[in-house]
Design a binder for this molecule. Sequence first.
Ligand code: ZN
Length: 183
Amino acid sequence: MIYPVYVYGSPILRKEAEELTADHPELQQLAADMHDTMRASNGVGLAAPQIGLPLRIFVIDLSPYADEEPHLAKSKRTFINPEIYDESDVEVLMSEGCLSLPGLNEDVYRPEKIRVRWMDENFAPHDEEFEGHEARVIQHEYDHLDGKLFVDHLSALRKTMMRGKLSSISKGKYSAKYKTRQK
Ligand code: ZN
């Protein structure tokens, strides 16, 4: 099932999501639906709040970048109850976009490397270090679970300059090539 993606202005995007338990109903189906929705929207990451569910689960798949970085061909993963428990002091600037902020791209500073613990869709535990594109997308999606968006990381000046665009999105004035919804 392909879900519509909630866009900026929807209260669900600002809620703190809740942890899942191993007996969460149809967990594997939810993960599969999230991967399908992400792919149908041409995204490389999608968090449950973006499809209206206040749950601590997100999916990533950076295989579209595999031409530049071959190891990303196998980057399709599901993160449940993730915890970023270590990060590098070095921060790097990278351009970010978000399916919930159609048409917006901005440079954002974030730690270059992170260490993450999480459960996969079978509730098996994982613990790995990530860097580069993967670290970037994981941090972006992780923020969604805490009700944060990439625009929250911008400077006050940049935020002021974005105000008009954000207001337009929340009023439904945007175009997206995938199914979206509001509220
Ligand atoms: Zn996003």
